[in-house]
Design a protein around this ligand. Structure first.
Ligand code: SER
Ligand code: ZN
Length: 535
C-alpha cells in the first residue's frame, strides 16, 4: 500500500473576488466526488482535497491520495479543472503550480537513502517507510519525477533482494573436445616478438603483421557469415552524445566503465593561452589544470557499438516491406574502462569488434538470430575449428541499463535475451575450470528495449518492432585461435590456412624487439608463417 500527502500551491493571475469565493467550495466538492476519483476503483486509491487556503492570488490545497490517482497526477488534474473553471467564470488563469511538503508513505520497511534525488528525509514508523520530498516544480511533476523515483526504489529493493544472484549463466551448446595444438600464452609471445606494443593500460599499437591477421579474420568472418546472410556495411559514429546513453540506459548501468569526452571551453586559441603557456614552461600536461580548459563531458566513447543504429531509426515509422534491415559496423574501436585485470589482448580498454545489427518484426528478428547462430556454429566449428561453448546469460542490454532480470527455471531462447560465445584458452589451464574460457562474442534479441526508448514505430498500428545485435571482438577471436592452434599454419584448419596470406615484414630495429629471446622467437614465427601463400 502506498499513500501520498502534500500541498499544491497554484499561482493565479488575479485574486478571486470576496463575493465569488464560495465557488471554490463547490469546485472542491466536484473535484473530490468526481474528477479525483476517475481511474480508481476504490475511494482510497483515489485523491482527495482535505483542506484549502486562499491568500490573495495563491491557492493552497492539501491533498491526500492513494496509488491510482497519485498526488502529483491529482495536482495536475486540479490545475486543468481550475484553469477551465476560473477562466470561464472570472477570466482568471492559473499561472503556476508547485508541490511542497510532499510525503510518500509505503507499507513496508524500505532501504531508502537520503542521497536520492528529490528526497529530503526518510524515516520509518510502525513498519512503514515515510519519504519526505523536496519541493517539486510543475515541470518536475510532469516529467514525472515522483513516478520515476518510485520505480527506482522498487528496483533498488529488488536488487537488494536478488543480491549477487542476478548474473546467470547456463550452458546451451558446446563443441566436441579438440586436442589443443598449442599451450603457450599468445599474449606474452605477441609482446615479446614486438608485434604489439603497449600504448597505455589496455591499449596497444598493432604493427602491420598482426594487423594483417586481424583484418584477415574480419574478412573471413564477413565472407563466411555476413555476406551469405545479406548483411551490409555501415559506418557508425564512435563518440555518442549523452542523451543516447540515457535512451540506451548505459548512463545508468555502466557509467563506472565508460570513457567520456569533452569539448574545449573555447575555439579561440587565446582563451586557452594560459594553458598553452603552462605546458610550454612545464613541458608536461597537468590533467588537473586541464579541467579548467575543458567543458563538462558531453559525449561517451563507443561502448556497445550498436547505439547509433537504434538512434538512426528513432522517431521513424517503418513500412513493412522495408523490414528487416541488416547492417554491420567495423569502422572503429569500442572503449571500456577496466580498472584492473588487464592482460595482453585478452582484456582491453580499447578494442575492435564487428558489430552486427538488425531490425524487424519479432519473427524476423528471431529468424535472423537463428540464421546467424547456425552460421556462427559453422564458422567456429568448421572454419576456425575452435573448442567453443555457448551460454544463455543475463542479457547485457539489461545489465548495461542497470536493470534486473529475475532468474526463471525455463529458458526460451526465442524471447529477448543474450547468448554468449566462449572459447577455451588452453594456456589458462584445464577446460573444466570456469576461468579458462573467454567470451569472444555474443548475440542478443532485445525485444522492444530500444525500439520503445528510441520510439521506432511499425507502420501498422499495434504491431511492434524488435531489434537484435551481435558483437565479435576481433582481438579475442585472434587470441583464442592462436591459443588453441598456435603459429604454425600446418596446425591451422584448411580454410584459414588457404585464406590468410603471408603477413608483411615485422618491425626490427637496433633496439626492437626488446630482448634477444624476442628476436629469436620472431625469427621462428616468421619462418613458420612463411608457409602461408603470398599475396
Ligand atoms: N553491443 C553488444 C555488447 O556491447 C554486442 O557487441 O555486448
Ligand atoms: Zn550491440
Amino acid at each position: 500500500m502506498i499513500k501520498f500527502h502534500g500541498y499544491a500551491e497554484y499561482l493565479l493571475s488575479d485574486a478571486i473576488p470576496e463575493d465569488k469565493k464560495s465557488i471554490l467550495d463547490k469546485a472542491i466538492n466536484e473535484l473530490n466526488n468526481d474528477f479525483l476519483l476517475r481511474g480508481a476503483k476504490k475511494r482510497d486509491e483515489a485523491a482527495r482535497i482535505t483542506s484549502f487556503k486562499l491568500s490573495r492570488n495563491k491557492l493552497i490545497l492539501e491533498i491526500e491520495s492513494g496509488s491510482r490517482v497519485r498526488l502529483h497526477h491529482a495536482a495536475l488534474r486540479i490545475k486543468n479543472y481550475l484553469s477551465n473553471m476560473l477562466g470561464k467564470n472570472m477570466r482568471i488563469g492559473v499561472r503556476g503550480l508547485r508541490l511542497y511538503r510532499s510525503r510518500i508513505t509505503i507499507d513496508s520497511i524500505l532501504h531508502v537513502s537520503t542521497q536520492l534525488p528529490f528526497v529530503k528525509n526518510v524515516y520509518t514508523e510502525n513498519s512503514k517507510t515515510i519519504i519526505e520530498l523536496k519541493d517539486l516544480s510543475e515541470s518536475d511533476i510532469k516529467r514525472p519525477i515522483i513516478d520515476r523515483l518510485l520505480k527506482l526504489l522498487e528496483f533498488k529493493e529488488k536488487k537488494l533482494k536478488w543480491g549477487g544472484k542476478i548474473e546467470h549463466w547456463r550452458l546451451i551448446r558446446e563443441s566436441e573436445k579438440k586436442e589443443p595444438k598449442f599451450r603457450d600464452d599468445p599474449n606474452i609471445i605477441l609482446e615479446k616478438i614486438g608485434w604489439i606494443k603497449r600504448y597505455a593500460p589496455g591499449q596497444w599499437l598493432y604493427t602491420p603483421p598482426i594487423t594483417h591477421l586481424i583484418r584477415s579474420f574480419e574478412k573471413l568472418f564477413y565472407m563466411e557469415v555476413l555476406k551469405p546472410l545479406g548483411f551490409i556495411e555501415a559506418i557508425y559514429p564512435k563518440i555518442n552524445p549523452l542523451e543516447i546513453g540515457v535512451k540506451t540506459g548505459h548512463l545508468k548501468g555502466t557509467v563506472h566503465q565508460m570513457m567520456f569526452a569533452s569539448q574545449p571551453i573555447a575555439y579561440n586559441p587565446e582563451d586557452l593561452e594560459e594553458w598553452t603557456d603552462l605546458v610550454t614552461v612545464l613541458d608536461e600536461a597537468p590533467a588537473d589544470e586541464l579541467r579548467k580548459y575543458v567543458k563538462a563531458p558531453s559525449y561517451f566513447l563507443c561502448f556497445a557499438q550498436c547505439e547509433p543504429f537504434y538512434w538512426f531509426f528513432g522517431g521513424e515509422i517503418i513500412d513493412i516491406d522495408k523490414l528487416p534491415m541488416k547492417w554491420f559496423d567495423r569502422s572503429g574501436p569500442s572503449f571500456r574502462w577496466e580498472s584492473g585485470g588487464l592482460r595482453g589482448i585478452e582484456r582491453l580498454v580499447e578494442f575492435h569488434r564487428t558489430e552486427i545489427t538488425w531490425i524487424g518484426e519479432p519473427e524476423q528478428v528471431i529468424e535472423i538470430r537463428n540464421q546467424l547462430l547456425e552460421k556462427y556454429r559453422y564458422f567456429m566449428d568448421k572454419i576456425l575449428d575452435l573448442e567453443w561453448r555457448w551460454a544463455w546469460v543475463t542479457p547485457w542490454f539489461l545489465v548495461h541499463a542497470g536493470e534486473i532480470e529475475e532468474e526463471t527455471e525455463e529458458i526460451d531462447i526465442n524471447q529477448p535475451g543474450t547468448i554468449d560465445f566462449e572459447a577455451w584458452l588452453p594456456y589458462k589451464g584445464d577446460r573444466e575450470e570456469q576461468n579458462t574460457w573467454l567470451e569472444i562474442g555474443n548475440i542478443s534479441i532485445h525485444g522492444t528495449k530500444y525500439t520503445s526508448s528510441f520510439k521506432i514505430k511499425h507502420q501498422v498500428k499495434d504491431k511492434i518492432i524488435w531489434t537484435g545485435c551481435s558483437g565479435f571482438g576481433v582481438e579475442r577471436w585472434l587470441l583464442s585461435f592462436l591459443a588453441q592452434k598456435g603459429f604454425d599454419p600446418d596446425n591451422w584448419p584448411k580454410r584459414v590456412r588457404e585464406f590468410i596470406t603471408r603477413p608483411p615484414k615485422s618491425v626490427r630495429t637496433v633496439t626492437y624487439p626488446k630482448t634477444k629471446e624476442g628476436k629469436q622467437l620472431l625469427n621462428e614465427i616468421e619462418e613458420l608463417l612463411s608457409k602461408l601463400p603470398g599475396d
